[in-house]
Ligand binder design. Sequence first.
Ligand SMILES: Nc1nc2c(ncn2[C@@H]2O[C@H](COP(=O)(O)OP(=O)(O)OP(=O)(O)O)[C@@H](O)[C@H]2O)c(=O)[nH]1
Ligand SMILES: [Mg+2]
Length: 216
Amino acid sequence: MEIKVMQKILNENDQIAQQNRKELEKQGIVLINLMSSPGSGKTSLIENTVKSLDHKISVIEGDIQTTLDAERIAKLGIETYQINTGPFGGDCHLEAAWIKNALGEMGTEETDLIFVENIGNLVCPAEFDIGAHHNVLVLSVTEGEDKPLKYPLAFRNSSVCLISKIDLLPYLDIDMDKIKSNISKVNPQANIIEISNKTGEGLENWYDFLISQIKK
Ligand SMILES: Nc1nc2c(ncn2[C@@H]2O[C@H](COP(=O)(O)OP(=O)(O)OP(=O)(O)O)[C@@H](O)[C@H]2O)c(=O)[nH]1
Ligand SMILES: [Mg+2]
């Protein structure tokens, strides 16, 4: 007698996300999905990384409104694609189909690494697989120790958690060990890296992680 087992049926977004991941793998390109609250330092991190790494990097920017972040990145002379969700209902996340469309319009042949800067919030982006090889969560020290516990999915779905703005620690009553232990509670496997986009402290560890992932 055959036993039927209920299986997760991939929804359309998950299917397109898997296609994105596979297609990029064929081309030897690594896709990194950056997620955080508004203002935690995603664009600053991309700017520092582009200036420091000797690899071909492209960026897909997600925002509800404006091309401000894309303009910051384009100034560095790299390919930048902006997705604005405002005209289409103002979604607070990016979906796999939009990334597929962006990748199709970008010239990716020579690219080693693509950053997607997801829309700034700690909830919706974590619910949608876009086809990234790594989700990277950026949490700034000004946001409080409790955020991993209050928004666990974003932390759980990220292989790397960057704790940013550590240059501000002397001015804050915040317990770094508590932030880290709260991240580890929701995601014991998370690779936690402390960084400052302002002083550059810790960024070498982030670059080492990226270089270990780049295929070309
Ligand atoms: N002191 C300090 N300021 C930082 C750091 N990283 C970013 N900032 C500042 O924080 C502000 C927001 O940085 P962004 O890089 O624009 O943040 P974001 O996550 O891209 O913001 P959204 O795209 O709006 O979600 C800017 O004024 C940055 O200069 C850091 O490590 N230390
Ligand atoms: Mg930004």
